[in-house]
Design a protein around this ligand. Structure first.
Ligand SMILES: [Zn+2]
Ligand SMILES: [Zn+2]
Length: 365
């Protein structure tokens, strides 16, 4: 285990087992679904964070490649997620778009998917353009599924919001989500702040250290800030030359000692860093860099790290789960009765080649 924390596990079991713990009505639970870099590896998927609230609402911030496999492992009914948010349109933050869409549809969602994301300096750089082009690219997929699965599951409500403002972009059921600009390569990326029931969670997405982040995250309960591996690690382990390592590790992203300056100014109850390869032999150097400027509570995240937050406690643990879970089926009532669209029809020459032609789907007794 390569995270450090100043909290204890308190009254919680040492590990979090999905479907075995009720969330308290005043409690927030954060699960790291993806904490790695823009390469997929088994231990760390691309960026994604699940936020669960005591009022039953659930949100996902970013859905990078591989992260949805981890979502499924938590056995959460897909329909329970109120909205999916993208911080920006790098593949390591939105690469699982199609899996979010079709996986949740086939997995039991009986309402349109609610997806939020930032605009860009031009229409083609905005979330709406991205989402519509994804839908268009998968038209064969959608048109062939709507006859077999509830047609409503194909629908996506695309909510694009202004990337350049500090403003509330979601306000329902006591949950307020604020977007503010992130400083990352080009106009468009944002960071997100979720406030509910006196608890505040802030997620940087990708950003180099910025005043926007300090101003908007100050005093939050839990702050997840990105940091890449150290320059030395990027050179030694990723084989980057120094110029590339510095461009990626500090100009585009936050080096650990730079993120530390931000965390020190923000002073959260728990600081979490992510977006680096977290191994037993990289973590100590990463932590040492952070400790140059930040002495507060720190969690160095990896996938399936779970944080329970109440007014009194912040508890960090790891989840335990099966590698063989099926999608949660507890809220599939109505799946069978929901409206379908007409099936697409195969050409006769293909139909005739089927050995066991199907004319109906219900087996006769
Ligand atoms: Zn990025
Ligand atoms: Zn990223």
């Amino acid at each position: 285990m390569t995270f450090s924390t100043q909290s204890t596990r308190g009254n919680y079991p040492e590990h979090y087992y999905p479907n075995t713990e009720e969330l308290g009505e005043n409690e927030m639970r954060i699960v790291a679904l993806g904490t790695g870099r823009p390469f997929l590896r088994r231990s760390q998927a691309n960026a994604s964070w699940l936020i669960e609230l005591g009022n039953g609402d659930k949100f996902v911030f970013d859905y990078g490649f591989g992260s949805q496999m981890n979502f499924t492992a938590l056995e959460i009914p897909y329909g329970d997620v109120k909205a999916w948010f993208a911080t920006h349109l790098h593949t390591d933050h939105v690469g699982d778009f199609a899996q979010v869409w079709v996986g949740s549809w086939a997995g039991g969602r009986l309402k349109p998917l609610e997806m939020y994301g930032p605009s860009g300096p031009e229409e083609k750089y905005g979330f709406k353009h991205f989402a519509e082009k994804q839908k268009e690219a998968y038209v064969w997929d959608t048109d062939t599924r709507v006859g077999a699965l509830p047609a409503i599951g194909a629908e996506i409500n695309i909510h694009e919001f202004d990337y350049s403002k500090v403003h509330v972009v979601y306000d329902h059921n006591g949950v307020k989500i604020t977007s503010f600009p992130a400083v990352h390569l080009f106009d468009g990326p944002v960071s997100l702040k979720l406030e509910w029931n006196g608890l505040t969670f802030v997620y940087s997405g990708d950003t180099t250290p910025s005043q926007f982040f300090i101003d908007n995250a100050k005093g939050a309960d839990v702050v997840v800030h990105e940091t890449f591996n150290t320059i030395e690690q990027l050179m030694e382990r990723s084989g980057y030359d120094e110029r590339t390592a510095r461009a990626i590790g500090t100009h585009i992203h936050s080096a650990p000692e730079e993120a530390a300056v931000v965390l020190d100014a923000v002073d959260p109850r728990m600081a979490v860093i992510f977006h680096f390869f977290n191994d037993f032999d990289t973590a100590p150097e990463m932590e040492a860099k952070v400790r140059e400027h930040y002495q507060g509570p720190l969690t160095m995240s990896t996938d399936f790290m779970v944080i329970n937050i109440t007014k009194e406690d912040i508890i960090t643990r790891m989840a335990r789960f099966s590698d063989h879970v099926w999608p949660n089926k507890s809220k599939h009532e109505g799946f069978g009765k929901a409206e379908r669209k007409p099936m697409m029809q195969l050409s006769d020459w293909l139909k005739e080649a089927a050995l066991f032609p199907k004319t109906q789907f219900i087996r006769k007794k």
